[in-house]
Write a protein that binds this ligand. Structure first.
Ligand code: GLV
Ligand code: GLV
Length: 347
């Protein structure tokens, strides 16, 4: 028979032509270049075999129930999948495809950028130039100075900390090696076993003095730059809270390029306002995209905020879209999916 596939966004020419070239698919594509309306999704999902969603589309038991037993696969254009009710998906015997790996480099690039922007006051500096204020702020010894990411003779150690130590965190670490990073601390899912051997191997490979798994308190206290690169969801909710921020160095930099829910926004705004930490670089904010000019973090000059563009390069978004199509096609035709979420823990 034929397979109805509901696609919540135009995926661009490469991925769309892959889908169109696949026999027996009836594509129903959201026709606008903005987030798909939930009512449109609810109206169109009944009787579908496949569903292509973005991280902005909530796939809960209502959607899955409305789709009915015909639904076999949900393919999301994201590495994160907390917008999908995995328990309900597992119980309905669905496959879930996602897009890891292809976005690792783009997000790692951006994480380093945020660290540099936040530490070097680039938000304040660019605003000053754009607003014609340069004449009033000529070069002067300590204007717009901030902590330095790379090591110099007078500061021969630099410790970076990672909350979450998966693909993106390790790709970020690799990019920081030429900056002269000496120590890497990380904390990750307490249930994942410590792997001293791998850590020692990483340290050797990157010529670091150490790569060490620590608890979040030690990580907060010891790190000069902290990168939050862990999955969203309940387990990591507000892992960066007032207690964490109070323990950070006053010259500490916090970067979040994972999910807004990991950082307590009010606590971070307070930390910046009261000088507990130096600055923050955020690609994600809790409650996004409802982050307007009266948001406490938007008002903080030492906070760089960009609207969730971590994977937004032409190359990466194209690769993600193609991966989404490949996952979907394999899921429907019964081949092995290039990247399938492991649902074994949810059954
Ligand atoms: C981006 O945030 C993603 O999950 O791909
Ligand atoms: C800066 O522009 C310098 O010349 O030191």
């Amino acid at each position: 028979g034929r397979h109805k596939v509901v696609v919540c966004r135009d995926l661009g020419p490469d991925a769309m032509s892959l889908l169109k070239a696949t026999p027996k698919l009836d594509l129903v594509v959201w026709p606008h270049d903005r987030g798909c309306d939930r009512t449109w999704l609810l109206d169109n999902v009944p009787g579908s075999t496949g569903l292509v969603v973005m991280l902005t589309d909530k796939v809960d038991s209502e959607i899955l129930g409305r789709a009915g037993p015909s639904l076999k696969i949900v393919s999301t254009m994201s590495v994160g999948y907390e917008h999908i009710d995995l328990k309900a998906a597992a119980q309905s015997g669905l496959k879930v495809g996602y897009t890891p790996d292809v976005l690792t480099d783009a997000v790692a690039d951006l994480s380093v950028m945020l660290a540099l922007m936040a530490s070097r006051n680039i938000g304040i500096a660019t605003a000053l130039a754009r607003e014609g204020q340069w004449p009033n702020h000529p070069w002067s010894p300590f204007t717009l100075c901030g902590p330095q990411l790379s090591t110099i003779a007078s500061s021969p150690t630099r410790k970076v900390g990672f909350v979450g130590f998966g693909r993106i965190a390790q790709a970020t670490l690799a990019r920081l090696v030429p900056f002269g990073i000496t120590h890497c601390l990380y904390s990750s899912n307490p249930s994942s076993p410590t792997n001293h051997e791998r850590d020692a191997e990483l340290a050797r490979a990157y010529k670091l003095q150490s790569v060490t798994k620590v608890d979040v308190d030690e990580l907060a206290r010891e790190s000069d730059f902290i990168f939050v690169l862990a999955p969203g969801g309940r387990d990591t909710y507000h892992i960066i809270n007032e207690k964490f921020l109070k323990q950070m160095k006053r010259t500490g930099i916090l970067v979040n390029a994972s999910r807004g829910t990991l950082v307590d926004s009010d606590a971070l705004a307070k930390a910046l306002r009261e000088g507990w930490i130096w600055g923050a670089g955020l690609d994600v904010v809790e409650g996004e995209p409802s982050v307007t000019i009266d948001h406490p973090l938007v008002k903080e000059p030492r906070c760089i905020i960009i609207p969730h563009v971590g994977s937004a390069t032409l190359e990466t978004r194209t690769a993600m879209a193609v991966r989404v199509a490949q996952n979907l096609i394999a899921g429907i035709l019964g081949g092995s999916m290039p990247a399938q979420v492991d649902l074994s823990g949810y059954r």
